[in-house]
Write a protein that binds this ligand. Structure first.
Ligand SMILES: *[C@@H]1O[C@H](CO)[C@@H](O)[C@H](O)[C@H]1NC(C)=O
Ligand SMILES: *[C@@H]1O[C@H](CO)[C@@H](O)[C@H](O)[C@H]1NC(C)=O
Ligand SMILES: *[C@@H]1O[C@H](CO)[C@@H](O)[C@H](O)[C@H]1NC(C)=O
Ligand SMILES: *[C@@H]1O[C@H](CO)[C@@H](O)[C@H](O)[C@H]1NC(C)=O
Ligand SMILES: *[C@@H]1O[C@H](CO)[C@@H](O)[C@H](O)[C@H]1NC(C)=O
Ligand SMILES: *[C@@H]1O[C@H](CO)[C@@H](O)[C@H](O)[C@H]1NC(C)=O
Ligand SMILES: *[C@@H]1O[C@H](CO)[C@@H](O)[C@H](O)[C@H]1NC(C)=O
Ligand SMILES: *[C@@H]1O[C@H](CO)[C@@H](O)[C@H](O)[C@H]1NC(C)=O
Ligand SMILES: *[C@@H]1O[C@H](CO)[C@@H](O)[C@H](O)[C@H]1NC(C)=O
Ligand SMILES: *[C@@H]1O[C@H](CO)[C@@H](O)[C@H](O)[C@H]1NC(C)=O
Length: 832
């Protein structure tokens, strides 16, 4: 993979001189050199590591037959089954897309088209690991057969370049297969190959990977580089040059019958054979027209250069000081940023479901993952695109009746908790995203989520709204005869619905004239309190008491509490009978424990802190959550918990905790991600953490820690103003991660948070660092906004209120001792 870097540096040095290079900022380096697309290509990261432009619909890569091929390609030793043009990135669920794969042969045995192997399962071929090259807009690989394949992409069109071994490629064959990654093709896949030009067109119906319904995708493939010798179609393992059209059944065996077309070429000599493949959800004609417009002359270098320029333009607004910092940090950072712009995908002009002049984005997969930091990150770095994504969400509400919660391949995906598109809209609204957005309609959409229950709330809106309004919580075993969905997750849904109702008040307050709504939803935003059971204890699975008392618990319709072990579905729950996802037998919390959901009151940390016994006890709980590995940074609910120390007046502990996870759990290696990237959610966690500001999504709040670089500058694409955070006493070994004092635009600044005007107005935040915790950001006046009132804080330092045994021990130890990285888990060791 290191070859990649040399290659891209070379490509870049040419580009910087080219007229296409855009001077977005005063940068002395090219950010693309720090993008490693292969991060997360093994160990379940499921990233798409191939060639794409930002938010592009065409995403070209080699597909493997790995059990973890959701992103197409993997570096886990699996074999290549083909080269396809559409993918999602970082997702769980079944693999998405990967439709209409190409596959090359140097020749067919006996020079007979039946001497080539057509079925996907039997043609899988290993590749040379060291041949893999990936850089923005580019992916290349060499198969063990000796065929090298590289590829680049435009918006709807991929360009594949097949280099056959010069001496013995007398009659190479390239097939196209009516298949997809998850073998979901339905009946009536069709393909035609033109006898003289070799152009292939066709379509097939497929299934979404984590949702309802189906979709039809069309394609248009053209070939160049050597004369067509002959062509035809194949069905199952047999081919014919006499037949040019095929319509094929799925078959009755639950596996789509292999079927497709092929072109056989005259000996190409040294020349590569190029395949230009465009896709469309509208028609093959539209795919052909996109191909002809986007890559008219099969110019590989120009297509790649154009893709690189688009990426450079997106990544250039963030410039960091590279002084003293290991390259691995820069790679983590820029690769994380890169991944935030692979999905959602821009399908504007490709939506067959309704007529509209609004943009259409797809692959919001899923908003439960994206709302926490990916969408907020794009609001900082690419507000123009966020405005278009918001318009698309609102247009989806307009035409399908509801904001989506999860969406892929034109279909509704499954809802995991609340109606979390509400959080996305509120976040964008508060941060001034306005370009073309009809906020009154956006407001109607979020209010509908809160007021109207869908008949089928599997995939949009919320369930149990009658109980929600009458009882103030979602009961376990609810009685709901109006809408239908999986009756689980009552506890996590209560917490998420509470927050969804809060964010409605944020939009309502801004729009004005909605005092009644503000009052109503503020009241419902307090519903989380109804599930708090003050005397609930929690024991570890060893039987040892955690010592903490007071947890949320599920509640029945008759307003008595049920019981769920607070550690059920936590990262340390090894009980094989725990069911934690969307199964009918699932828990009352989704993909996480009561322990972790206990902190999910993003709008009222003050009251939560009081509920947990004050700031010291709150800190103690947060420490326990992390130190005992109850939470896992590989799933999104963990993100905010890293930074929630800010609310207890201990911003230093957020900085420390951030450095505990990065880089220990995030390495710039193929297997370096802690689980699925989830679109670019993990990438955005890295990006925000390392730039030193972490959002509380749905609020205009960024929690401040020292950036991982001596300085970070972000030029707002909305205003062209440049915001800068600088660290005085920066220490690249990260012992000085404690803010001693700060200035904002030259004035002393003691708040431990900042709002979005920092970015749009281009403010300058200067942090002075030291090796011990200070009083900076610890006073009540310094804390981020909260619905309730902060009580129980000393008026000196957060430290002053530390009365619990854990906190006293913590306060007594020199805090810089905690930064010694010995054997990985320095946090736990220092605390022990
Ligand atoms: C970028 O800026 C530098 C320094 O101002 C200038 O020398 C260079 O010509 C600019 N490049 C382009 C492509 O505008
Ligand atoms: C780039 O930024 C540096 C540091 O802020 C400044 O000294 C230099 O003049 C800038 N260069 C250009 C071409 O703007
Ligand atoms: C392909 O690679 C796999 C895993 O490394 C190996 O088990 C298999 O033997 C290889 N197949 C061939 C044909 O080399
Ligand atoms: C396949 O085509 C046949 C004949 O036109 C039609 O009856 C059938 O409904 C089609 N099936 C699908 C899944 O489109
Ligand atoms: C084959 O497909 C092409 C393109 O869809 C169509 O124009 C042609 O009529 C078809 N030929 C036959 C024999 O069905
Ligand atoms: C409340 O309902 C639950 C579940 O149906 C039941 O087990 C419990 O006994 C009821 N409690 C009372 C006080 O009615
Ligand atoms: C938590 O996990 C880390 C590794 O990720 C391990 O080193 C540590 O011992 C674990 N802590 C506990 C209390 O199990
Ligand atoms: C930002 O700068 C670009 C390039 O100079 C210009 O096209 C754009 O209009 C500017 N935007 C604002 C809001 O000033
Ligand atoms: C925190 O408390 C300890 C113990 O009372 C004290 O030594 C230390 O100076 C305090 N730290 C701050 C920043 O006030
Ligand atoms: C805290 O503030 C109150 C009111 O301003 C004051 O009376 C009290 O002495 C202060 N306590 C400390 C420990 O500074």
């Amino acid at each position: 993979m290191r070859i990649t870097r040399q290659r891209s540096v070379f490509a870049i040095s040419l580009l910087v001189q080219s007229a296409l290079a855009r001077n977005a900022t005063n940068s002395t380096y090219d950010p693309l050199q720090y993008v490693n697309q292969l991060i997360g290509s093994s160990n379940g990261g499921n990233v798409f590591p191939g060639a794409t432009i930002p938010y592009g619909m065409a995403k070209a890569v080699a597909d493997t037959n790995s059990g973890s091929n959701q992103g197409g390609f993997t570096t886990d030793g699996s074999a290549i089954t083909g080269f396809s043009s559409m993918h999602d990135s970082g997702t769980g669920g079944s693999p998405s897309l990967g439709n209409f794969a190409l596959f090359p042969y140097i020749s067919c045995v006996g020079d007979d088209v039946d001497g080539c192997v057509y079925p996907k399962k039997s043609r899988a071929t290993n590749y040379t690991a060291s041949s893999v090259k990936a850089s923005p807009g580019y992916f290349g690989i060499e198969l063990d057969s000796g065929v090298s394949v590289d590829m680049t992409a435009a918006q709807h069109t991929s360009l594949f370049r097949f280099q056959f071994p010069t001496t013995h490629a007398q009659a190479p064959l390239i097939l196209m297969d009516l298949t997809d990654l998850s073998d979901s093709r339905q009946d009536n896949g069709t393909i035609n190959v033109d006898a003289s030009t070799g152009r292939m067109t066709g379509n097939a119906r497929f299934l979404p990977s984590f949702g309802q319904g189906n979709y039809v995708l069309y394609f248009c493939a053209d070939f160049q580089g050597a004369p067509i010798r002959d062509n035809g179609i194949f069905a199952n393992s047999r081919a014919s040059t006499g037949v040019k059209n095929l319509t094929i059944s799925r078959s009755i065996n639950g596996y789509p019958l292999p079927g497709g077309a092929f072109n056989r070429f005259e000996a190409p000599g040294d020349a590569p054979i190029l395949a230009r493949v465009a896709v469309s959800f509208i028609s093959s004609a539209q795919a052909c027209s996109s191909a002809e417009k986007e890559i008219p002359s099969f110019d590989f270098a120009a297509t790649q250069t154009a893709a690189e320029s688009l990426w450079r333009e997106k990544l250039s607004p963030i410039v960091v000081s590279t002084t003293g910092v290991a390259t691995s940090y820069l790679t983590n950072f820029y690769s994380g940023i890169y991944r935030t712009m692979v999905n959602p995908q821009d399908y504007t002009g490709e939506n067959p479901l309704w007529q509209s002049s609004e943009p259409y984005f797809d692959s919001f997969y899923c908003i439960w993952d994206l709302f926490r930091s990916q969408m907020p990150f794009l609001t900082v770095l690419d507000p123009e695109t966020v405005a278009r994504q918001i318009r698309s969400l609102i247009d989806t509400y307009e035409h399908l009746g509801w904001l989506p919660d999860c969406r892929m391949t034109l279909n509704k995906g499954y809802t995991q908790g609340g109606s979390n598109a509400d959080n996305v809209l509120a976040d964008a609204y508060l941060k001034g995203i306005s370009d073309g957005v009809d906020w009154d309609k956006g407001y109607d959409a979020v209010v509908k989520d809160a007021e109207v229950e869908p008949y089928d709330w599997c995939c949009e809106g919320r369930g149990g709204l009658d109980s929600w309004k009458a009882l103030g919580y979602i009961p376990v075993q609810d009685f709901d005869y109006k809408g239908f969905g999986t009756m689980t997750r009552s506890l996590s849904r209560t917490l998420e619905y509470s927050y969804n109702d809060f964010v409605i008040t944020q939009i309502a307050s801004g729009l004005g004239g909605k005092e009644g709504d503000v009052e109503k939803y503020t009241s419902r935003a307090g519903n989380w309190k109804n599930l708090f059971k003050a005397d609930q204890t929690s024991s570890l699975f060893t039987g040892a008491d955690t010592g903490f008392v007071g947890f949320f618990q599920p509640k029945f319709l008759n307003e008595t509490f049920g019981y769920q072990d607070p550690l059920k579905c936590s990262n340390i729950d090894t009980n094989p009978n725990s069911v934690c996802s969307l199964q009918n037998t699932g828990a009352e919390t989704f993909e996480s424990s009561i322990w972790e959901y206990s902190f999910f009151v993003p709008h009222d940390q003050a009251t939560l802190i009081t509920t947990f016994g004050g700031p010291a006890a709150f800190v103690e709980r947060l420490d326990y959550l992390h130190d005992q590995n109850i939470t896992y940074i590989g799933n999104e609910p963990a993100f905010l918990t890293v930074y929630q120390y800010h609310y207890a007046g201990r911003p230093a502990l957020s900085a420390l905790r951030s450095h505990y996870y990065i880089p220990a759990f995030f390495q710039p290696t193929d297997d370096g991600l802690p689980g699925n990237d989830d679109s670019g959610a993990m990438g955005s966690f890295l990006a925000f953490s390392m730039m030193g500001l972490f959002p509380n999504p749905g609020q205009d709040v960024y929690l401040i820690i020292p950036p991982y670089f001596e300085s970070v500058s972000i030029t707002s694409p909305a205003t062209n103003n440049t915001a800068t955070i600088s660290n005085i006493n920066f220490d690249p070994t990260y012992k000085n991660v404690y803010i001693q004092s700060a200035t904002l635009d030259g004035e002393p600044y003691t708040k431990n948070w900042i709002d979005h005007s920092f970015f749009t107005e281009g403010k300058k935040l200067v942090l002075t660092l030291g090796s011990t915790e200070s009083t900076w950001g610890t006073q009540v006046a310094d804390l981020p906004p909260s619905l309730g009132t902060y009580v129980g804080f000393g008026n000196g330092t957060g430290n002053g209120t530390m009365t619990s045994k854990r906190a006293v021990r913590f306060g007594a130890a020199p805090i810089n001792a905690l930064t010694e990285k010995t054997g990985g888990n320095y946090w736990a060791q220092a605390q022990g």
